[in-house]
Design a protein. Sequence first.
Length: 419
Amino acid sequence: MNPDTSSTNPARRFRRHTRRYSSSTSGNTRASRPASIPDDLETHGSTFDSFGFPQALLRGVNERGFKTATPIQVDVIPIVREGVDLIACAETGTGKTAAFVLPILERLLAKRTPAQIGEAARTAVLILTPTRELAVQIEDDIQGFAYHTGLSSVAVYGGAPSDPQERALRAGVDLVVATPGRLMDHMRMGATDFSGLDVLVLDEADRMMDMGFWPDITRILSELPTTRQTLLFSATIPNEVMARARAITRNARKIENGARNGPARTIDHKAAMVPGSEKTAWLARFLRHEQGPVLVFVRTKVGADRLASRLVAQGIRTTALHADRTQQQRSAAVAGLRSGRFTALVATDLAARGLDIEGISHVINYEVPSTREAYVHRVGRTGRARLNGTAVTLVAPEERRALNALVHELGISIGEPAA
């Protein structure tokens, strides 16, 4: 397909991306390569050329700067190629999106004749995600990889106009990346056709359960063909998630890459003992000495707005990100952090899934996270793609017991940040 003709099809066609994301082992990141890489990451020396992907797909891989596969990619790609079900627990920032997207695209290309390229497609792949940010990121990754293939996709999520999504779904797309709620809306309108579905992917399944999406997922699955490949991915897979994963898969293979339900080993964990009334001042001092980008997590939407305003008043280039922001505001916040317009982004747990911003040096927990899963996914925004990162938790005296319990549960060592 000639990319210049893509505007004639309401489905979004793959396009060239000039920016590079940090989900690969590329050197195209603002952060420098760490001096020390964990042995188990370094020794998986498989190049993407060695996987034998079609040239049209490999061109997209190379243009995005992907060279050497990560352990999760080495483990997952052959299993997806086999067509069997999979339950995978992988540390954040290890490249699991590419691990399932690349072999899926390869399969779609193998099934399509040259005469069919560019024509309306029947949806063969459905990828479900908990947040719109993750949906957008996954589709951006798909488009970058498959720019030269002529395959089509659409991201379906709330907070954006539904008409363009509906037109793309009705016209026919190869891949749909969706949040459960908005997808259910389109299914009720009769805009979807999953009769030819071959692969279902559930990404960040535990977060979808935490957010109350599992009833919607159950209803969506009831409308899908039972003969399909089901792939489930998450950085944490508690027992409840594992039980539900087994219920929707058949004889699934299981992969645990890295520490199960734990943070990536490229993250250095720190704690600063700071009274609650002094946390804002501590954070402002810290941010004045950091070039960014830095993610700061708080518990509530009101707290995010309040802290961002206080930091701005102290001359720190800061913005907030949470569920009450419009999609335009959320996109502007992420773009501003990427571009360097903002030094810090103050966010609720909304941002703990799906954000992949190059070179995040620090993640700051303004309060001690309430669960191990929250901690893992928050700090997972740094230490990605083999780059070292630091997670700092601000601990008031009344939070010491909660921190000690969390450290014990995670099995991590925690020190003090540099003065």
